[in-house]
Design a protein around this ligand. Sequence first.
Ligand code: HSE
Length: 399
Amino acid sequence: MAKVAVLGFGTVGSGVYEIIRDKSFIKTAGEEIDVKYLLDIRDFDNDEIKPYLTKDFNDIINDDEITVVAEVMGGLHPAYEFTKQLLQKGVSVVTSNKELVATYGPELLELAKENNALYMFEASVGGGIPVIRPMTICTKANDIKKIAGILNGTTNYILNEMFAKGKDFESALSDAQAKGYAEKNPAADVEGHDACRKLAILSSMAWGRFVDYNKIPTEGICNITLEDVKYAEAQNCVIKLIGYADVDAEGKIYASVSPMLVSKDMIISSVCDVFNAVSVTGDSLGEAMFYGRGAGKLPTASAVVADIIDCVRHSDSKPHNIEWEVTDEDIMQNYECKKHTYFVRCADTKENIKKYFDNAEFVEIKDNELGFTAADIAENEFRAALENVNSPIAVFKRL
Ligand code: HSE
């Protein structure tokens, strides 16, 4: 019988507890799995869980029966200190905490290796969608060329409500909060930071070099209006918060998170509600897409429990498949030189716009305003030319 502890009895932690309580894992893990501790500083009026509750991490770190711990408390501290202590003791840790993985991933992976433990984080990207393991194992024969994904369920829900039901941003956000999708602080979702950390993890997986999320240009969805929605519809597009990354011939990485116009002809445009999708393109594989519930109690807990099962199954020999090289070398492309196709809303004339964007194509759906597309232009050249355009209202890149 493998004894595990769960750090944090919130949405995901309670899901982990319930899945382990309700299922037998003898066939998959080789032995039964049992929750021995639930760590949380809050009080719970629930007789069923009382025997497992503790507020003291020392109960867990000092109990040699505990071989795997699920850290689902979120945030950097004390999750980092707890994880470090556990790995140093040789206890495997699984987590849904993307902030921790994106910040301290290389150190914690190294610590796990040194101490013959595992540090696993399937649930940190895409909630319940299997994507970390496929990227660790199944795509290894490939040079990964590109990643493009909807990595945040809350913002996808909000944007979908705006397109499908004509709700404005504020009321769609309130709905998302009422449904429990948004992070405690919705800024992490709506300003794109959550998607940015997930993209940093995926990029590190894809190219084996630690991508610092602070170096990923990130823009959220707070300023998107129902007018933007109309312009997108007029171009047979939707707007999605897209995490995009690729690599150039020198191995330098480009990554960004921004709301993008996505043609309705692309599969990713039809990813609705709280669902996520990650498209990975490899040189041999071509494009593969991973799709499913990117947030929520049981989907996320299912990925956490899968990692627990893997840790129990590999209690003797630990497969350390993930190597993230940390280097002083600048591994990122100069994002200012990256070419994109842009869509701009502005209050200017076609004549003036044509002076600076000679290949501009226009979209006209409102009086006193123009939309135009500028194809395949470097970010710095685009920004310089845009200085000459009167009253830009909104700018989007196109996927
Ligand atoms: N708030 C996150 C989301 C939860 O909406 O995707 C899962 O990371």
